[in-house]
Design a protein around this ligand. Structure first.
Ligand SMILES: *Cc1c(COP(=O)(O)O)cnc(C)c1O
Ligand code: SF4
Length: 349
């Protein structure tokens, strides 16, 4: 590997974290970026690749404000010649998105009301959410933040960091977006270093789906970020169906676990994807067998265009109760929904 030699050799405490990840930041563009560029973004190419016939293609929405974006790794796991695939359903824009469903709105979780800085949401006590970027490795059709008014003018978090440093009630920073792993190791490293200087911060959490599409993102430079972090780090991945996982993804996550990062998973309950007990159970088992704890199963946030994904709460409760009968307690995610104005996510089961 061609290593960049701008490493900082200063021994002052404020620079002690910086050396490691800088040394491992390659001067060439990162491998994962070239993989990302091969994502499917053209529905015709995807339809041809998946051998969808003319009738099936009529279901595709050719143009949408939230465009098709699907990594090759996930596309390779989709069954050919059908629309009824649990991965495809999550990523293919279809004409069902144009149906209006009552109560489905542009900002179902009321993010706007909790914006304390351009890129900072403070909704729950003790933790803040940093909206790091608008970019994702993939576009999930049910994403509740697809209409978010992102600040894409820069990758600077100065105002947000100042606010976190001033507010001693904050103990945890959640990096979210978009997908924080869309940022370079260098940008993340600078951010980690700044957060590491804030004494009342104890925990750093990263919400990401990136490794599911492009596990190569967890490269040496990224791993090095966790080498000396004074904060307890959590990585919350987002997997809805076991088909999304494979050995290479799990091996990359294992490397992170070896750095002391605790890995959790959140899923969204989605019709036609994971709304059967057996499907959910298989996913939960695969996760815990690899040391990943199922954290939340989210009731769908009612974002416009996602009505066809809704599973009723009664059915969700039934499903979770079913799997809880046959799994250890730690393998059963908390079934929650987001009610704006509440002090935490609301437990359904
Ligand atoms: C969901 C959410 C969190 C995290 O909640 P946890 O229950 O701690 O996982 C934090 N901030 C915002 C704005 C959220 O939507
Ligand atoms: S990866 Fe996360 S933020 Fe990005 S589109 Fe999917 S659900 Fe939304």
């Amino acid at each position: 590997m061609n290593l960049c030699l701008i490493s900082n050799t200063s021994s002052s405490p404020s620079n002690s974290l910086i050396a490691d990840w800088r040394k491992l930041t390659p001067s060439q563009p990162a491998v994962w970026r070239s993989i990302l560029r091969k994502n499917f973004t053209d529905w015709k190419k995807l339809a041809t690749y998946l051998e969808l016939d003319e009738i099936q293609q009529l279901a595709i929405l050719p143009k949408s404000a939230f465009p098709l974006n699907l990594p090759m790794r996930l596309a390779q796991k989709i069954e050919k010649g059908t629309l009824n695939d649990p991965i495809l359903r999550q990523f293919l824009p279809t004409i069902q998105e144009t149906e209006l469903t009552p109560d489905f709105v542009t900002d179902p979780v009321d993010d706007q009301a909790f914006r304390r800085e351009t890129k900072l949401l403070h909704k729950y006590e003790g933790r803040v959410l940093l909206v790091c970027t608008s970019a994702c490795a993939m576009h999930c059709r049910y994403c509740f933040r697809q209409n978010f008014d992102y600040d894409v003018s820069n990758k600077v978090f100065e105002k947000e960091i100042a606010l976190i440093a001033e507010d001693r009630s904050i103990h945890e920073v959640i990096l979210s977006g978009g997908d924080p792993l869309s940022l370079s190791n260098e940008t993340l490293g600078t951010l980690f270093d700044a957060l590491a200087q804030i004494p009342h911060l104890k925990r750093l959490r990263i919400h990401t789906r990136f490794p599911i599409g492009i596990p190569e993102r967890i490269d040496a430079g990224f791993l090095a970020l966790f080498e000396k972090s004074p904060l307890q780090c959590f990585l919350v991945i987002h997997v809805n169906h076991v088909n999304e996982l494979d050995d290479e993804i799990l091996a990359h996550l294992k490397a992170l676990q070896k750095k002391g990062v605790v890995i959790l998973n959140q899923s969204v309950l989605l019709k036609g994807v994971n709304d059967e007990g057996k499907t959910l159970k298989t996913l939960c088992e695969k996760l815990v067998d690899n040391g990943i704890l199922p954290y939340y199963l989210h009731q769908l946030d009612k974002v416009q265009g996602a009505g066809h994904f809704e599973v009723l709460e009664e059915q969700g409760t039934f499903l979770i109760a079913e799997i809880a009968k046959t799994l250890p307690g730690y393998a059963v995610p908390k079934y929650v929904r987001e009610i704006p104005g509440k002090e935490s996510k609301t437990a359904i089961f």
